[in-house]
Design a protein around this ligand. Structure first.
Ligand code: NAD
Length: 447
């Protein structure tokens, strides 16, 4: 075991990975990062719900041993850093962890408060909440930092409909997607150069010299790398998911009509993975119509591609035609949030970042600082992320209990303020607005 300074590994079974699969004992040690802001409210509720489900499913034979790890405000207080190296090493050691949201500075200010997310031009006391030990210098996203430090190359987001949630889309009950977003490349790779900087000027000169094409001198420059390696490992994971879960199709989403050698290549390499690495499990749309008269053979999976702008229409007008979607980073980011809006919003959108060995599960919403500590917000996103975590660990009985409990709680309209407001606006008269912990209790009572 590595020599940790602040991390205390509880007694239990550290998860190992063999042949790409987690090996999980009856008392697995799971990393837990509380998160900033409403992480304070949702993390304990998630743990309570998971604890109750595991107990009910396995009668005390199995139990999670939570191992607190520190980043964000807790990282600052324990280590003086928002993303301590020890936290990264502990997640890598434990292999499975779950996290709440973290503050990310977005403005030009030099400092940010990790308690209320206020941004300002000095350290010391926060001008907004008045706290004296929560302000730090601005930093790059902790979420992106964690993904990059551990090469968590796939961001996976299930998008599912819960009966009773007022959803803006007429076909919301047909929505059942698993989105695989590439997490390490594309314009997120960090090659972003300010207008007039040495690198921006050099790239402008190089393009002019080699291609004769002009880029305006006063341009900022971003580089968009999309590689065979990055694409194939992501699409491979999406295809394996479709096979394991007996799903009808995998769709490669890209903007290859405009960006042939990045987005277009993503689709080309994606097809290569599906058609060359899985025997003949995958059938292309071309083959389906040219050779099979549009009739899918039993046990086969359709591999198709869609241009990015068209998929934003398709998920609204024909959501039932899509199950697994694989995308490069930027479009994956947009589509994940657009898709969750179809079924009622971020409060119920779980997520995970997966690498070769490590799996980090996460709430997909932010820190909602104005609600911190009020026991008010919806803990659904983090609870559903825990469901994904239990499935990843092979504890599907506990995962199913939580899903079932949550479905019933929502159907019975025992919901937090966000869903209560929407339900009331639809004219429902039987809405019971409950607190964050109250929603957790409503789930446990219905397991
Ligand atoms: P946010 O997600 O915190 O809030 C957006 C809106 O959704 C707000 O009205 C908020 O009150 C509501 N909301 C969010 N989560 C909710 C929940 N669980 N239940 C009910 N309502 C909820 O986004 P923001 O305000 O843009 O960002 C606040 C901070 O969070 C920023 O520092 C931002 O960078 C950070 N952030 C972090 C993550 C992450 O860690 N994954 C994601 C997004 C934003």
């Amino acid at each position: 075991m590595p020599d940790f300074k602040h991390v205390k590994i509880p007694k239990g079974d550290v998860v190992t990975v063999q042949k790409g699969k987690p090996v999980v004992g009856d008392r697995p040690v799971i990393g837990s990062l509380r998160g900033d802001g409403i992480g304070l409210d949702i993390t304990p509720v998630m743990k309570k719900v998971v604890g109750a489900a595991v107990k009910k499913a396995y009668g005390g034979k199995r139990e999670i041993q939570w191992c607190p790890l520190y980043a964000g405000l807790e990282g600052l207080h324990h280590y003086g850093k928002v993303l301590p190296q020890e936290t990264v090493e502990a997640i890598q050691y434990l292999k499975v962890a779950i996290k709440g949201p973290f503050t990310t500075p977005i403005g030009e200010e030099t400092h940010v408060c990790l308690s209320c997310a206020h941004q300002q031009y000095h350290g010391g006391t926060c001008d907004d909440c008045g706290k004296t030990d929560t302000v730090t210098e601005r930093f790059r996203s902790i979420n992106v930092g964690l993904r990059q430090a551990m090469d968590l190359y796939a961001c996976i987001r299930p998008i599912m409909y819960f009966d009773g949630v007022p959803a803006p889309n007429k076909y919301a009950d047909q929505v059942n997607f698993m989105i695989f977003r590439e997490n390490t490349e594309d314009v997120y790779a960090g090659h972003d150069f300010e207008r007039g900087s040495e690198v921006a000027r050099a790239i402008i000169d190089l393009v002019k010299e080699r291609t004769g094409k002009q880029i305006r001198e006063d341009s900022g420059i971003g580089v968009k790398p999309i590689s065979v390696t990055g694409t194939k490992r992501l699409v491979r994971m999406a295809c394996q998911w479709a096979i394991q879960h007996d799903l009808p199709s995998v769709t490669l989403v890209h903007k290859g009509n405009i960006m042939k050698f990045t987005e277009g290549s993503f689709a080309k390499w994606g097809y290569e993975v599906a058609t060359e690495e899985f025997g003949d499990r995958f059938v292309t749309e071309k083959k389906l119509w040219d050779e099979l008269s549009g009739k899918m053979p039993k046990g086969k999976i359709l591999i198709k591609d869609r241009i990015a702008d068209s998929i934003f229409q398709q998920i609204q007008t024909r959501p039932g035609e899509y199950s697994v979607l694989a995308l490069p980073n930027l479009n994956g980011d947009y589509l994940s949030d657009a898709a969750i809006a179809l079924v009622g919003g971020l409060g119920l959108g779980p997520g995970a970042n997966i690498g070769t060995e490590v799996a980090l599960f996460e709430a997909t919403h932010g820190t909602a600082p104005k609600y911190t500590g009020q026991d008010k917000v919806n803990p659904g996103s983090l609870i559903l992320s825990a469901v994904m975590m239990l499935q990843h660990m092979g504890w599907s009985e506990a995962a199913d209990l939580i899903l079932d409990g949550m479905r019933r709680a929502i159907k019975d309209a025992y919901v937090t303020y966000d869903l209560a407001r929407l339900m009331k606006a639809e004219g429902r008269k039987d809405v019971h607005e409950v607190s964050c912990s109250g929603f957790g209790e409503a789930i446990v009572q219905r397991m």
